[in-house]
Design a protein around this ligand. Structure first.
Ligand SMILES: [Zn+2]
Length: 754
């Protein structure tokens, strides 16, 4: 990464990541439930990568992060430096031809937007369109950024709460079952009497076998138990997903652990003292450890041991930037047999751990990070038992922080608010709804879809998708840099694109999923065990089986959209099809600027620098001639280099390679929309471009923006407007942009990937 952040900033970001990781922490297999086969769809919105996994492109079984419920806000400490002091320059075009785009102020940052004066469409289109809104809108309590997606996500949240608080009488058998499950969990979550009565006991019981571990053999026995994989933290991540090398079948993916501070990059910058000073580490985890019966100094030792192991292993885990690189899948696609895995793992009991997850007996294993496994071979050693144990204790403890008694819960939110600068707390009902959404995502999603996503919406939006695909086909047919052979493959891929629009036609049969509610003597922990065991069983049932492509891997209720390269499928979730983003009365211009752009963006991921490495079925297969591939790479390089020179914060530049895929999708989406517009009868370009800029309007805290710059795979919102529109002649014609304007780019400098 160029312009490495100053250490204080890195720590700040680490905190933010710790916060966001913890915010969605329930045991992975259980919480996600549904993600098999996803090669990580990619979020259309830049606001959707707040869980610290912004770089997870290509990792199987990972669904993109939740919407930002309450991302980081302001707090104390040193601020990243920006052009805030330079008010006199802000918002004024410098009038120099070929002006560096870095002269645009990053007006997403509310403090900086406030310092601007009015500007013209020719100098800063994004600011020109959105300035009044930026100055008159406040970031809501509990949030650190605000935009139309967040605005609508708040509405969807209240719809989900309504599903829980005002259950309808269902008649469909599957929905009746879903209703029972979500009600049980929702009520159990809100049952503070029970939770307080149980106190720390359930966690103690869960961790007791780990406390007894003394030797490496003990640890091996502990990690090999099915109960550990189901309910506690393991020393690897294992999931079943669509096989990159044979998209008709599932493979078992073997991946590194999660780190408490997220991006492995941070560990190279932090000392033990830094880590111990973090309130998340120091207050939340320490509080739970003391509740578990450790003295304060024992807790300190456990925290230090955990950090020591994380620091050792972080060196061998890909950073966000590495995982976002266009060559990431090449590096991650390492097919292995179980025997090979065992040989690489040494004493590290990889076979038993995979079996505990239900992944044994697979014909296909993919090891995403061989360096990590080689390091585990070394670190899994008698001399390291305490540190390994400490990591497992701390990680399991933080996973359950929000499911314990009121004391733990309140400390957790006090610390999180302190870190994020959020004001106010969520109501318990809202927190319970979020918990249901994490724990039973498909069940509440089914009920949500039944109540809020209409067949008409599905039909209409499908029609728009088909219209955009038809133009995409035209574009590919006319593409001049491609040979006939590659063009044929590209069109074939487009023709086979699988459409998942609004809500699925078919839902997975989860009639076997159940757990005891409060009345049957259950609690949040026993539910975790029962549901976790169900997901392990589900994983086992998929090993060596054919992929059912009718089953969705994304949750309907998400305010988001995805492309999954391993299935060559786009998903436009029902949750995003509302509010300003989509409504049936929209004009063509509004439609194009909102849902049309989203759809075209997702289709374009099939042909971005990562997507283009997968074929029409989702196999990781090179369908390019060597020459065409080189020509494509050259175009993408130019785009990446263009972003590299943009400097949103003083001395901190965009990282082109990290945002390349998303930036390509943005660019091609606009191209497709303008191609369709050209055929419309009286298309109002001004209205379209303004609507487009409005869709991306964002106000954010300085810190939240800095975090996005460092971790998000999407360009910052102001760039998603300004950089995109300045590549197209229609924009120049609509606003008479000339070489004297800041929005101007000379024709030979404009970007065109497709
Ligand atoms: Zn995207």
């Amino acid at each position: 990464m160029k312009n490495l952040a100053k250490k204080s900033t890195a720590l700040l970001l680490a905190l933010i990541m710790a916060f966001s990781l913890a915010a969605c922490s329930v045991k992975p297999g259980a919480g996600e439930g549904s993600t098999a086969g996803s090669t990580s769809g990619e979020a259309v919105t830049s606001q959707t990568t707040d869980d610290g996994n912004a770089g997870d492109q290509g990792e199987p079984g990972e669904e993109p992060a939740e919407e930002p419920k309450d991302e980081p806000g302001s707090g104390s400490g040193e601020e990243p430096r920006g052009p805030g002091e330079e008010a006199e320059e802000i918002g004024t075009g410098t009038g120099i031809a070929g002006v560096d785009p870095a002269t645009w102020i990053d007006s997403d940052v509310q403090e900086w937007a406030r310092l601007t004066s009015e500007t013209s469409p020719q100098d800063d289109f994004y600011l020109h369109v959105n300035r009044d809104w930026m100055l008159s809108t406040k970031i809501p309590d509990g949030y650190s950024s605000y935009d139309p997606i967040t605005e609508w996500a708040i509405e969807v949240d209240s719809q989900l709460l309504d599903v829980l608080q005002n259950p309808e009488k269902e008649t469909d058998e599957a929905l009746i079952h879903d209703q029972e499950l979500v009600q049980k969990y929702y009520n159990m979550w809100l049952n503070w009497d029970d939770r307080n009565a149980l106190g720390i006991e359930p966690l103690k019981k869960l961790l007791d076998p780990l406390f007894k571990v003394q030797t490496l053999d003990d640890l091996t026995a502990y990690l090999s138990r099915p109960e550990t994989a189901i309910s506690a933290t393991e020393l690897l991540t294992c999931d079943v997903g669509v096989d990159w090398n044979n998209a008709d079948y599932y493979a078992v993916y073997v991946m590194p652990i999660d780190l408490i501070f997220g991006d492995s990059m941070y560990y190279g910058m932090m000392t033990e003292a830094d880590a111990m000073a973090e309130p998340y580490y120091d207050e939340v985890i320490r509080h739970i450890l003391v509740e578990l019966g450790f003295t304060d100094s024992e807790a300190t030792d456990i925290l230090k041991g955990c950090f020591a192991f994380e620091q050792d292993i972080a060196k061998y885990i890909m950073t966000t930037e590495e995982a976002s690189d266009r060559n990431a899948i090449v590096k991650e696609n390492n097919p292995r047999t179980m025997e090979q895995l065992e040989a690489e793992a040494g004493d590290f009991p990889i076979r038993a751990m995979i079996a505990a997850y239900g992944g044994d007996g697979s014909d296909s294993y993919i090891l995403t990070q061989p360096d990590w496994l080689a390091a585990m071979d070394v670190l899994y050693d008698e001399s390291n038992v305490e540190n390994l144990k400490d990591y497992l204790i701390c990680y399991t403890a933080q996973d359950y922080a929000t499911l314990l008694d009121r004391g733990c819960y309140d400390i957790y939110y006090k610390v999180i608010n302190g870190i994020s600068g959020a004001v106010g707390t969520k109501s318990d009902e809202k927190s319970a709804s979020d918990a249901v959404n994490t724990f039973l995502p498909m069940q509440i999603g089914h009920l949500y879809a039944d109540r809020y996503v209409t067949d008409e919406t599905k039909e209409e939006v499908t029609g728009i998708v088909r219209e955009i695909m038809a133009e995409y086909r035209n574009m590919l047919s006319e593409e001049t840099f491609l040979s006939e052979a590659t063009r044929k493959e590209a069109i074939n891929k487009l023709d086979h694109l699988q459409l998942r629009i609004a809500k699925p036609d078919k839902w997975e049969d989860d009639s076997g999923l159940d757990f005891a509610g409060s009345e049957e003597g259950g609690n949040l922990f026993t539910a975790q065990d029962e549901v976790g065991a169900y997901w392990v069983q589900r994983m086992r049932s998929r090993v060596n089986q054919k992929v059912d492509r009718d089953i969705w891997t994304s949750r309907v209720q998400q305010v988001n959209a995805f492309y999954d390269p391993s299935q060559n499928a786009i998903t436009i979730c029902g949750g995003i099809l509302g509010g300003e983003l989509y409504n049936p009365g929209m004009s063509r211009e509004e439609l194009f600027a909102n849902v049309g752009d989203t759809i075209a963006h997702e289709i374009s991921h099939a042909f971005d620098t990562t997507g283009c490495q997968f074929d029409e079925k989702g196999n990781f297969r090179n369908w390019w001639t060597e020459e065409d591939q080189a020509a494509f790479a050259k175009r993408a390089d130019k785009l990446s280099a263009y972003y590299d020179q943009i400097e949103p914060f003083q001395d901190t530049y965009c990282v082109g390679s990290q945002i390349e895929g998303e930036a390509i999708a943005d660019l091609v989406a606009m191209k497709i929309l303008l191609r369709i517009a050209a055929k419309e009868e009286e298309f109002d370009y001004d209205k379209f471009f303004r609507n487009f800029a409005e869709t991306w309007r964002t106000i954010t805290t300085l810190r939240s923006e800095y975090y996005s710059l460092s971790q998000d795979t999407h360009p910052l919102p102001y760039l998603r407007v300004n950089v995109v529109v300045q590549q197209f002649q229609e924009f120049y014609d609509t606003y008479n942009v000339t070489m004297w304007d800041a929005m101007y780019l000379a024709p030979q400098d404009r970007l065109e990937v497709w």
